[in-house]
Design a protein around this ligand. Sequence first.
Ligand code: SF4
Length: 284
Amino acid sequence: MTGIEWTDDTWNPVTGCDRISAGCDNCYALALAKRLKAMGSAKYQNDGDPRTSGPGFGVTIHPAALDIPRRWRAPRRVFVNSMSDLFHARVPAAFVQQVIDVIAETPQHTYQVLTKRPGRARRMVEQGLVLPPNLWLGTSVENGGVTDRITELVNTPAAVRFLSCEPLLGPIDLDKWLFPLGCPDGCGCRWPDDDERFECGCPGCADWRPAPAIDWVIVGGESGPNARPMDADWVRDLRDQCVAAGTAFFFKQWGGRTPKAAGRELDGEFWSQYPTDRSTSCHV
Ligand code: SF4
C-alpha cells in the first residue's frame, strides 16, 4: 500500500528527476531521496544537479526493478515512478521501451504513468512506441501557465488520459481540452456547439455525445511546512467542469502544513471517481 489515495502500489524502475516548474518547488520525492541516501538506500546514491535536483536524486535507471510487477499476483493499480518521471530526457528510450514492455506483459495490473514531460511521450509514440491498454497516461498541471502539457496529452493516444492538478496553485480552465475531438486544431470549439458527433457504440445510449478527451482529473492541495494555499473556488471550478463533461473527478486532499489534517471533503461530499475505459463507455 502507498499513502497515495488514488493508487494501490508504486513501482520505481527509475529514480531521480529535475525540477521544471512551480509545481516542483516542494517536490516530495526530492526531499525523500535525500533522506534515503543518508540512510544508505542503494537506489538513491546518485546525486543530481544541485540547481534543479539534489542528493540521491540524480536520474538513475534500475534494470533489476523491471521484474517486480511480474511477481505481483493480485491485480492492482500501480503508480509508475513515484520517485521520478519516466519521460525525463535522461531516461534512455530503450529503457522506456523496457518499462512499457513489462506493462504490456502484465495486463492484470493497471499502470498510472504521470509525467510533467508529455511532449516526449507524444514524440515517442509518434516514433513507434505503443502504449498498451492497461496504461493510463497522465500529466501534472498545477496552474493555467502549464496547460501546453494538456495539449501534448490529448494528442497522445492512450486508453485513459488523466490530469493531476496537485499541488493546485491557480485556476485552470479546461474548456479547450475537454472536448477537442471536434476541433483537432485546438480552436476552442466544443460540444454541443460544434456539429461533430461521434458514436460511442453504447447500445442503450440514445443521447450519445463524444467522450471527453480527458478521462480523469485528480485535484489536491500542497502539504508540508512550505505548503502554498489553494483557493476552494479553484477546486469547485474544476469539479464543475468535470461534472459537465462527464469526466471522472477525484479530490485528494485540501493540503496544509500537516498532511491530510484538513481532510478531503468538498462542500459536504467526497469525490473519489475513477475513469472508465473510453473505448467501452459513452460517458453520458
Ligand atoms: S517532475 Fe515530479 S518528480 Fe520531477 S522534480 Fe518535478 S515534482 Fe519532482
